[in-house]
Write a protein that binds this ligand. Structure first.
Ligand code: N01
Length: 533
């Protein structure tokens, strides 16, 4: 007798992707279970509790769009929500959708092996549970596999070492402490001003200076919220036709067409408005290097005008990559923090870290002593959450090996040789380049639609064809070539932050709107590119 899997669908993770996947698949009539490594829902918003953690996408855009009821019954307090508020939102949604009974918390999936006889996956967790499922849906996150660089001697450091994405739930008292922060990406840039408020002294170790624009955060007035809620249907419709997953204000002008006076006026207005929408002020700056340089120069001059010490300002001025080719950062008083007498900036382009010591670290130029080191050193993005699980496909091959030369997928959602496995926000998806919650909704809707299609035909197995993967890989490469991302020498988009990871631009840069048209077209064509039985 053919064995039957324990459950139709097993979901890995209970962040925004996992919550919605459990809901959607249940709604479609499938049996669903989920495993979550954390002790609550929220995913990255459960783990990233570092000082200053807040979303740098506007709250009114960074939320599920599929339910008017959820939209009506949740009210954000600030333009950019804090980590605790976002986690409360995730909990609110999970409770409202009644998905919690399906999730097993404090349980990490460690391995999954395809079983041809079962036509399903055999999934193992770190608590010793084994569950079999027909379909395995990874919602393990694109930025969830924390990366601690292999610093020499770090195990000898006698103080406290904290990764920002593994911040203790009950907080850390940094009062009176000498703190080192390594990393100046979105996380470091959010954390440094808050840490400086508490600590006795902060040393910021910067390898690459990043572009950051002020959040200009503010409470959300009730009339603004009411207006947004009243236009839920229009907002939702607009969302899925945008490149970025939410409507970004723009002058609609080309920066190269306007006079210097008009340019300064437009950019000053956009700077005062704040947020990463700054990048959308003009329509040519994300495509044309000359246009981009004008935008970048405006930010460089802002940094020089904010930071009093000219030498420190020059270290903070980003060079060597177009603005927006690495992810733009959004801050509250980041550059101003370097005017404090108790904050010091170390430029790791001028001196490199040789080794940690029991009392701090030594660079090629000096010794630095501190009590606590905060590692704001990022993630093994897009692939790390999956390659850290021992996933074995049809011939026992591992997904980590398969992706070792560079991750390739069909639509960012599936991989040949790994039937019935779906990756929400996988490499090759637009997820991390757009409002990720909206991308997640589309990915999960698409996956659910595919499973419903299989069920309607009485099929139990689906596998992407190698030719379909190769075609999509070409699309991902071709769209990257149309953007300025190709001019960034390093970024987590490229995997260059992970020793040994091949340099390959992983997300699909063609926009959510185009992605949706392509992916939905493939669905309408009866899921072209899949072998289904
Ligand atoms: O990570 P990062 P992140 N020695 O990889 C440095 C999202 N996010 O956690 O640039 C010294 O960007 C590294 O230097 P370099 C958002 O999508 C969202 O800050 O590689 N330094 C860099 O400065 C974001 O982009 C929110 O030269 C080393 C830093 O560490 C993504 O998460 C908030 C090093 C890592 O920056 C990742 O951001 C926060 C080494 N060996 C984050 N290795 C929202 O608000 C690395 N670095 C939604």
């Amino acid at each position: 007798m053919t064995p039957t899997p324990d459950v139709d669908c097993l979901v890995i993770g209970a962040g925004f992707g996992g919550i919605y996947a459990v809901h959607k698949l249940r709604e479609a009539g499938f049996g669903v279970r989920a495993f979550e490594a954390g002790s609550d829902v929220g995913g990255v918003w459960f783990w990233n509790r570092y000082p200053g953690a807040r979303c740098d996408v506007p709250s009114l855009a960074y939320q599920y769009s599929f339910s008017e009821e959820l939209d009506r019954d949740w009210t954000w307090s600030e333009r950019f929500a804090t980590q605790p508020e976002i986690q409360r939102y995730a909990r609110f949604v999970a409770e409202r959708l009644d998905v919690l009974p399906h999730i097993t918390f404090d349980t990490r999936v460690t391995a999954a092996a395809w079983d041809e006889e079962l036509t399903g996956w055999r999934v193992v967790t770190d608590t010793g549970t084994t569950v079999t499922c027909r379909f395995l849906i990874s919602a393990a996150g694109a930025l969830s596999a924390a990366q601690t660089p292999p610093f020499a001697g770090i195990e000898d450091f006698a103080g406290q070492a904290l990764h920002t994405s593994r911040w203790p739930a009950d907080g850390v008292d940094l009062t009176g402490k000498r703190v080192a922060v390594i990393g100046t990406g979105s996380t470091g840039i959010q954390a440094v001003p808050e840490i400086a408020e508490q600590a006795e002294h902060v040393t910021v170790f910067q390898r690459t200076a990043n572009f950051s624009v002020p959040a200009q955060n503010r409470p959300l007035p009730p009339d603004e919220v009411a207006r947004a809620k009243a236009h839920w249907a229009d907002r939702r419709a607009a969302t899925f036709t945008t490149r970025a997953g939410h409507v970004i204000p723009t002058t609609g002008k080309r920066i190269l067409d306007v006079s210097p006076e008009e340019r300064m006026a437009d950019l000053e207005k956009a700077w005062q408005f704040g947020g990463n929408e700054f990048l959308g002020t003009y329509i040519d700056t994300s495509k044309d290097l000359e246009a981009n340089a004008l935008l970048a120069d405006f930010v460089r001059d802002k940094i020089r005008s904010i930071v009093h010490d000219p030498a420190t300002a020059e270290k903070l001025v980003p060079t060597g990559h177009p603005i927006g080719s690495k992810r733009i950062c959004v801050d509250t008083a980041y550059y101003e923090t370097f005017n404090r007498p108790d904050v010091e900036l170390v430029d790791l382009r001028a001196e490199t870290i040789e080794t940690f010591t029991p009392t701090g670290l030594r660079t090629t130029a000096a010794e630095y002593a501190f009590d606590t080191v905060v590692l704001a050193t990022g993630f093994d993005a897009l692939t790390g959450a999956l390659t850290r699980i021992d996933i074995r496909g049809t011939d026992g091959q591992s997904l980590a090996d398969e992706w070792a030369p560079g991750a390739q997928t069909y639509l960012g959602l599936t991989v040949p040789g790994f039937p019935n496995l779906f990756t929400v926000t996988g490499p090759g998806s637009p997820s991390v380049l757009v409002t990720v919650v909206i991308a997640i909704e589309h990915h999960v809707d698409w996956i659910s639609g595919h499973l419903v299609h299989l069920r309607a035909h009485g099929w139990t197995r689906t596998e992407a064809e190698p030719a379909a993967r190769d075609w999509w890989t070409d699309q991902v490469r071709a769209t990257t070539q149309l953007t300025l991302h190709r001019h960034a020498p390093s970024s987590w988009y490229l995997g260059t932050n992970i020793p040994g990871k091949p340099r390959l631009f992983l997300p699909y840069a063609g926009g959510l709107d185009n992605y949706r048209v392509v992916a939905d077209g493939i669905a309408t064509d009866g899921y072209r590119g899949f072998a289904m039985t």
